[in-house]
Design a protein around this ligand. Sequence first.
Ligand SMILES: *Cc1c(COP(=O)(O)O)cnc(C)c1O
Length: 364
Amino acid sequence: MTQIYNFSAGPAVLPKEVLAQAAAEMLDWHGSGMSVMEMSHRGPEFISIYKAAERDLRELLAVPDNYRILFLQGGGLSQNAVVPLNLLGHKPQPATIDFVHTGSWSGKSIKEAARYANVNVAASSQAEGFHRVPAQSEWKLTPDAAYVHLCTNETIDGVEYDFAPDPAALNGTTVVADMSSHILSRQVDVSRYGVIFGGAQKNIGPAGLTIVIVREDLLGKALPICPSAYDWKIVNDNESMYNTPPTYAIYIAGLVFQWLKRNGGVAAMEQRNIEKAALLYAALDADDFYQNRVAKANRSRMNVPFYLRDESKNEAFLAGAKARGLLQLKGHKSVGGMRASIYNAMPIEGVQALVDYLNEFAGR
Ligand SMILES: *Cc1c(COP(=O)(O)O)cnc(C)c1O
């Protein structure tokens, strides 16, 4: 097989080693005579897989003891409803939720939450084309808001927070962060957040698994209409087995966590990601043949959107990339242009191959 590099935004590239291990274990997991897909989620084999995944994720992100890790279904998008359904029960209705609007994904979150609460856009970079993250000093938070929602890496717009929210300036407001597309790519102080959630298919594993990390005191505040399979307290009381969790996706995620640990954990991954992003942005910035419009401090290390100055060359660019084994570089339909997603599993060789092609196509 020729060398392929897959720059998809998600579902996205997984470590080759993980796929090879899953293939080797496909028909008979550890002598059990069963594929992981065929196991009861309550049996000892799968429980051991689940417990190892939970433990490894907790270690990788240094999740404090007073936080629970939940393995859910429904994707990141479902959490836009599940979060308000879980956090508004103790508030006089209608409650207010604050949002920082930094791009497509936080925009979707605002729309969905408006079905359950008053939404207040505390800060927005929409007028500037979503090219930066408003500093916390610009946020106009509502006193007594149920929480403030952030999307700390905007997958479509390529905008990433370069700071963690400072509790001293939050007046006790709980922070909820959608980290779907950069979880495990950089170190994070979990204690700054009440809830962290993410769909798995960007930086963790297969689609279908959603991870929620929630501070214990936020459990048990669900609205009465919250579906029980999405009630975090019920899910937590049942160790994510209230209903059948996405077992195979949890298994693959667990293999990815082990791969991360073998490769130095999140700190080492962050160093690699800094290098990879620097290499790619330098090629885009070399002259005005390509353009990335995001403020330098907020350029995403994971999702790198860019435009050709001469957009009539877009099709030729993509065809040439494909011929070189550089796949899925077309930008999201809502913003056009190109996008290279360079998640943890993208090796630096893949970024170098893309950079070589960028230079070649620009005639450098
Ligand atoms: C991909 C993504 C989602 C949605 O995930 P689904 O699994 O498709 O529901 C939500 N938020 C962000 C930031 C994403 O990148």
